[in-house]
Design a protein around this ligand. Structure first.
Ligand code: SF4
Length: 470
């Protein structure tokens, strides 16, 4: 079976090293991500507080669960509706299939220049690299995506691809590329990008977008954005292609109305995105704009395999809002790059084993403190911590974790279930020398590389507890 292509040379297996390198070499990323995600969390909290969010999240969970348990029927219904709308429907098993379909569409229409709306699925599939290898010029048009494309980087966040960058980073980039003043304001930078991108839209032969949702009853591809670039990408070029994961289906337009609002609240704290585009097919006679051809590529890329997993399938309810990234204390230290593939943070850690394979995804399921904050904010109630534990258990069962770790856990379990032994060990361990960057037992080496043990003078918890109840 074809598998997902990572969008850069990084891979999940390099997570630990990439994290260390980033924290050492790019300290600005941590503060940029923390600042941006803190704001997003405030906005989401405010937006959730304005509605009966628990009831809304229950409803959204149930709708997505219903669709996923009847996916085949809804896919057939969606295909029929799309075809009736004049849309050409393609099915792709994986990244290579998708690229072949795109290449054929491009070839048949003499396409040399492409404009793209933001699409995480296209990042997952490596679409830009595939088309550029064929000599096709591809331009990202979402401002964040445009910035990281100019820097030659993958996105650092599902919703805010350039969240890891400071204004200073952008000033330097735009000064080099578009000759804006070195101290240009954010407004001047945005205006320069707008000017450059406007010509790209006018020159493009083909537009590519993702699809936030696909409504089965009407064959409507729905796209949420805040900048208007998706609207231009879907309507100016004479060919439009929407890449849609097969899990993106919703039954009806009424469902769509609820999901558009819930997703915006979770992602950015807005009641609804600034622009919502409903792609309903090619331009009809008498209409003044819109593409002559609309293609929808329905992409599997490991999703049907994940759906067949009795526990892990729930990750497919994801609407890619990014709320779990914003709240995650692990993601917030580094942003998304160390995760080594398109999806980072908690959702990336539970999707990777399903889409890339468990062995190729390690150690991402371990990149979590299991604090549960992600599950508290997820608009479709994905039990993310349970799924992280599920994948960890699978890794142990399949012998994919180091033997030393299994032995250490067994030893801990044996000690923790024998109070006298536990007490004796605790009293011995608290006197071991552990200094930041200094001496430590091999098993504590990584931990001690960046931490001191807390001061262990004074009475233990057990002693205090005993005194308290005497
Ligand atoms: S797992 Fe939930 S919170 Fe995270 S991106 Fe998906 S829908 Fe949003």
């Amino acid at each position: 079976m074809l598998v997902a292509a990572p969008m850069s040379d990084a891979t999940p297996s390099g997570y630990a090293r990439a994290t260390r390198d980033l924290l050492r070499d790019q300290p600005g990323v941590r503060s940029a991500i923390t600042k941006a995600t803190t704001e997003s969390n405030h906005h989401r909290d405010d937006a959730y507080a304005q509605v009966d969010i628990d009831a809304w999240r229950d409803w959204a969970r149930d709708v997505k669960t219903h669709v996923l348990t009847n996916l085949e029927d809804y896919l057939v219904q969606a295909e029929d509706a799309l075809v009736a709308n004049g849309v050409r429907v393609h099915w792709a098993e994986g990244a290579e299939d998708t690229l072949d379909i795109l290449r054929t569409i491009a070839h048949d229409n003499g396409v040399r220049r492409v404009v793209k709306g933001k699409s995480m699925l296209s990042e997952e599939l490596g679409v830009n690299r595939g088309l550029e290898a064929d000599g096709i010029h591809v331009r990202e048009t979402d401002l964040g995506e445009y910035i990281i494309q100019l820097r030659g980087e993958p996105p650092s966040h599902i919703v805010g691809p350039a969240l890891h960058l400071s204004l200073d980073d952008c000033q330097a980039l735009f000064h080099d590329v578009l000759e804006t003043p070195r101290d240009a304001s954010a407004e001047v930078i945005a205006a320069a990008a707008r000017q450059a991108l406007r010509q790209e839209f006018l020159d493009a032969d083909m537009g590519i977008s993702g699809g936030n949702f696909l409504v089965a009853e009407t064959g409507t591809v729905a796209l949420i954005e805040n900048e208007g670039n998706i609207r231009l990408s879907t309507s100016l070029p004479h060919v439009h292609v929407a890449l849609v994961g097969i899990e993106k289906l919703l039954p009806t337009l009424d469902d769509l109305a609820g999901f558009l609002q819930l997703t915006a609240r979770a992602a950015t704290g807005q009641g609804i995105g600034n622009y919502v585009s409903l792609v309903q097919g090619p331009r009809q006679a008498g209409e003044i704009d819109g593409p002559d051809q609309v293609h929808v590529i329905l992409v599997d890329n490991g999703r049907s395999g994940l759906l067949a997993d009795d526990a892990a399938w729930e990750a497919l309810r994801c609407v890619r809002c990014g709320a779990c990234l914003n709240i995650c204390p692990v993601y917030r230290q580094t942003g998304g790059h160390p995760y080594g593939w398109a999806y980072s943070g908690p959702i990336g850690a539970i999707l990777a084993p399903g889409l890339l394979g468990l062995e190729a995804s390690l150690p991402l399921p371990y990149a979590s403190s299991l604090c549960g904050a992600c599950a508290d904010v997820c608009p479709v109630r994905i039990p993310i911590p349970d799924l992280l534990v599920y994948w960890r258990e699978r890794a142990v069962e399949e012998g994919l974790v180091p033997k030393s770790e299994s032995l250490a856990m067994k030893a801990f379990s044996a000690t923790a279930t024998r109070p006298a032994l536990f007490k004796a060990m605790a009293s011995t361990l608290r006197h071991l020398p552990v200094e930041k960057g200094g001496r430590a037992l091999p098993v504590l080496k990584d931990w001690a590389a960046t931490r001191d043990l807390p001061d262990t003078d004074g009475p233990t918890f057990s002693t205090l507890w005993k005194r308290g109840i005497e």
